[in-house]
Design a binder for this molecule. Structure first.
Ligand code: HEM
Length: 163
């Protein structure tokens, strides 16, 4: 009630409306239809892969290291720098959790439209995969499970890469 009153008072005082009330730390994006189909892969069955990644805490560590390494890598950092890394971390965590059958809903955009016009090349894709492998190694995810996960992502290469 108090929050509602403060919001009404702020609006009356001419404060700008938050363009992204659900995720106030993120930039607003153009409207799109959210769907798990946007994640670009079907989830694994059972809980083996979710356990292999050590659940949500493990997925969070892997995604954060993947993004951190990409932002430090002179080969690809410029592609990321101009974009909203708060949103990227959140949606990547959702996407990985969804694919690993961790029970998440993916609320992000589809792989084709989100990577359109980024100019990503195959070498950039390989650099990102290198970082993902390092992050999965640090999380002590077994080699076989790493490869099973990479095989799920592989078909997305043609959507992320520009020709
Ligand atoms: C299998 C490979 C990949 C997956 C699963 C993936 C996944 C994602 C996801 C979930 C998003 C956010 C969607 C949203 O905001 O709604 C995203 C955005 C983005 N991706 Fe990827 N990505 C992949 C490959 C790459 C590569 C190779 C690069 C560059 C080296 C890249 C650069 C970016 C950038 C810069 C954004 C932000 C775009 C924006 O905010 O408009 N991605 N990606």
């Amino acid at each position: 009630m108090l929050t509602a009153l403060i919001m009404v008072a702020a609006l009356a005082a001419g404060a700008p409306e938050n363009p992204n009330p659900q995720h106030p730390n993120e930039e607003a994006v153009d409207p799109y239809a959210p769907s798990n189909a946007n994640a670009g892969a079907k989830p694994f069955e059972g809980d083996t892969m979710w356990k292999a990644f050590h659940g949500q805490a493990g997925v969070d560590r892997v995604v954060d290291e993947l993004v951190d390494l990409s932002l430090k890598d002179p080969r690809i950092k410029e592609i990321f720098e101009a974009h909203d890394m708060v949103r990227l971390r959140r949606t990547l965590k959702e996407q990985f959790c969804y694919i690993l059958n961790g029970g998440c809903t993916y609320s992000g955009r589809d792989m084709k439209s989100v990577h359109k016009d980024l100019g990503v090349q195959n070498t950039d894709f390989n650099a990102l995969v290198e970082h993902l492998q390092i992050a999965m190694d640090h999380e002590k995810i077994g080699f076989r499970d790493q490869n099973r996960f990479l095989a799920k992502l592989a078909p997305m290469q043609r959507h992320a890469v520009e020709r």
